[in-house]
Design a protein. Structure first.
Length: 141
C-alpha cells in the first residue's frame, strides 16, 4: 500500500472535529474545517507550535499542523518551525508529508502551498478532501 494511501486511511479513521478545542463534528457549533483528533506529538519552536507523528518503521513524519497565534503571524514563526522540522527529518533521513489545509478562514491554501514549497515540499498531485486540499511530500536532503 502506498504511503499516501496509508495517510488517507489514517485521516479517514480519525474523529472529525470542528475546532482546535475538540468540538465534535455533530455539535450545534458545526463548521467546515478539516481538523482531526490525532495521536501526535507537539513541540513549540519559537512562536510556532507543530503537531506531528513520527513513523520510525516507514521513516516518515506526518506533519499535522503548524499553528501560530494571529498576533505573531507574518514574522517568520512558521518558517522557523519548518526549518527545525526539516533539519531533523534530514538528520534522520525521513520524509515529511502533509496536507496543505488551512486551520482558519484567514489562511489561504495557496499561501500554505507556497510556504511549504520554500522548504522543499512538492505537490503529489493528490487531494485529501472534496475542497481539494493538496497532499505534499518532502524527501530528505
Amino acid at each position: 500500500m502506498s504511503s499516501i494511501r496509508k495517510y488517507v486511511e489514517l485521516i479517514e479513521s480519525c474523529e472529525r472535529v470542528d475546532s482546535l478545542d475538540g468540538t465534535p463534528n455533530n455539535s450545534p457549533h458545526k463548521g467546515n474545517s478539516n481538523n482531526y483528533v490525532l495521536e501526535s506529538e507537539e513541540i513549540k519552536i519559537g512562536d510556532s507550535r507543530l503537531s506531528y507523528k513520527i513513523d520510525d518503521e516507514d521513516k516518515i513524519i506526518d506533519l499535522w499542523s503548524i499553528r501560530v497565534a494571529q498576533a505573531k503571524r507574518k514574522k517568520g514563526a512558521a518558517n522557523e518551525g519548518l526549518r527545525w522540522l526539516t533539519n531533523k527529518a534530514d538528520e534522520l533521513g525521513y520524509e515529511i508529508r502533509l496536507i496543505a489545509s488551512p486551520l482558519d478562514k484567514r489562511t489561504r491554501t495557496d499561501t500554505l502551498v507556497n510556504l511549504y514549497k520554500k522548504h522543499g515540499f512538492e505537490l503529489t498531485g493528490k487531494t485529501a478532501n472534496p475542497v481539494g486540499d493538496p497532499f505534499m511530500l518532502r524527501k530528505p536532503k
